[in-house]
Design a protein around this ligand. Structure first.
Ligand SMILES: [Zn+2]
Length: 445
């Protein structure tokens, strides 16, 4: 960890002893959807190198919060290959998927060359201003070549893993996204999804599916049933519909089909979204960040729940602490986001000289920012474990504003726990068990 960072931000999370003397639960997470192959994790933002490659720091931060396994999303040829390269560097930690995302599926059309998006993943949020392009026809020659190349990629990955299960654990990400038809028309998306489902059916053994479905539920389910049967009886290894933002009815239909539901920041945007999450059965739940996208934002309903949840945790922890510690602010080590107080980060922190959530005096820079012309910015309501800076201000060991990363998965699990009214342990352990089972991950590694 970098020396620039204050020790309070880098001290490993203390595991508080409960009043009974039993050690508190230490969460463990698997981020099932993390786009680590995106060049943004190498410091490249929109094609420009803004800071040094900090992928290893991203993985370290994940491990530090207990996110010890990462399933890196492949969403086109470039990212699927790059994900496999990353997996080689982190055996037992990084696993991968391989497939063509609906928004990268224009390569199946007569209008496009057989090329792809250069590893840049697509943002989760739709861009309503972007125009919908003319509908080109699917190109069958290109399709054959793409499917043959995908098959080769999967066979090569399996050949390299020898007898072991290998790092390629799922087919995808693929599916339908009707919120973003400007990247690829509905007709081509359906063609791409169908062609890749046929490929999965022909694989021996099949791979579990890593699916994307946005504003396309009816077509999505219809195509799955057409290929795998009305109860998906020909789907051998199951699958997860990641980044779920649909209705409760749609979610129940997916669970009835035996599929799992992946939740991330996009799943908690509104109260309606959160009501859907409440209905996800724990034995169907998986957790993800979908970094660099889909962070939990202050405008989201999930943020409000997270603030409440952390206040609650803090009160519980204070009740468990000896009196001398709980009444002497600043003597404990509030390095854990859970341990730091949410109260200390309320708007009172706007006053000059107020402590940051980490219990430190604000830096000169922070103070001068407060005196600037811009509207006064609140201290983060949710304490940050690591210093977070704009990409232009990158320093070693810092996180980048707006670049979601796997260590933030603890926020996802806390919000799911708050929504469902269960403990974080129940959420984490259920998601861990589901994920290990579906993707056949090696728990001992
Ligand atoms: Zn997706």
């Amino acid at each position: 960890m970098a020396s620039e960072l204050s020790p309070s931000m880098t001290t490993p999370t203390p595991v508080p002893e409960a009043a009974t003397g039993a050690p508190a639960y230490k969460p463990r997470y698997i981020d099932i959807g993390i786009n680590l192959a995106d060049p943004i994790f190498r410091g490249k933002h929109h094609g420009t190198q803004r800071h040094p490659d900090d992928l290893s720091a991203v993985v370290s931060r994940a491990q530090e919060v207990g996110c010890t396994k990462l399933i890196v999303t492949g969403s086109d040829f470039t990212s699927s290959r790059e994900a496999l390269e990353i997996a080689k560097q982190y055996p037992g930690t990084v696993y991968t998927t391989a497939g063509i995302h609906p928004c990268s599926s224009a390569i199946f059309s007569s209008a496009n060359k057989h090329e792809d998006t250069d590893g840049h993943t697509m943002p989760c949020d739709p861009d309503p201003s972007a125009p919908i392009p003319v509908d080109h026809e699917p190109d069958h020659e290109k399709t054959q070549k793409i499917i043959a190349d995908l098959r080769q990629l999967i066979e090569n990955a399996h050949a390299q893993s020898g007898d072991g299960p290998g790092s390629l654990v799922a087919f995808g990400e693929f599916g339908l996204d009707y919120d973003r038809l400007h990247y690829c028309s509905r007709k081509i998306q359906l063609h791409s999804f169908a062609a890749q489902l046929d490929l999965v059916l022909s694989l021996k053994p099949q791979l579990p599916l890593f699916l994307h479905s946005r504003a396309a539920h009816a077509d999505f389910v219809a195509l799955l049933k057409e290929k795998f049967g009305d109860k998906l009886e020909r789907l051998e290894r199951g699958g997860v519909v990641h980044s779920f933002t649909g209705t409760a009815e749609e979610m129940r239909e997916l669970m009835d089909l035996g599929l799992y539901i992946g939740t991330n920041g996009c799943s908690f945007k509104t109260a309606e979204n959160c009501a859907v999450v409440q209905e996800i059965h724990l034995d169907r739940l998986m957790l993800e960040t979908d970094g660099p996208w889909c962070e939990v934002r202050p405008s989201h309903e999930g943020w409000r729940l997270l603030v409440e949840q952390m206040k609650k945790e803090q009160q519980q922890q204070q009740q468990q602490l000896p009196l001398s510690e709980s009444t002497t602010p600043g003597t404990s080590t509030p390095s854990s986001s859970a341990a730091a107080t949410a109260d200390s980060a309320t708007p009172s922190a706007n006053g000059s000289g107020a402590a940051t959530p980490n219990g430190q005096k604000p830096s000169q820079q922070q103070q001068s920012q407060r005196k600037g012309k811009k509207p006064q910015k609140k201290e983060p309501e949710i304490p940050e474990r690591w210093k977070t800076v704009k990409k232009e201000k990158w320093v070693e060991g810092a996180m980048i504003k707006g670049r979601n990363e796997p260590c933030m998965i603890e926020r996802v699990s806390k919000i799911v726990a708050a929504i469902k009214g269960v403990s974080e342990e129940e959420v984490c352990e259920a998601a861990w068990k589901n994920t290990v089972q579906v993707f056949g991950l090696d728990e001992s590694a």
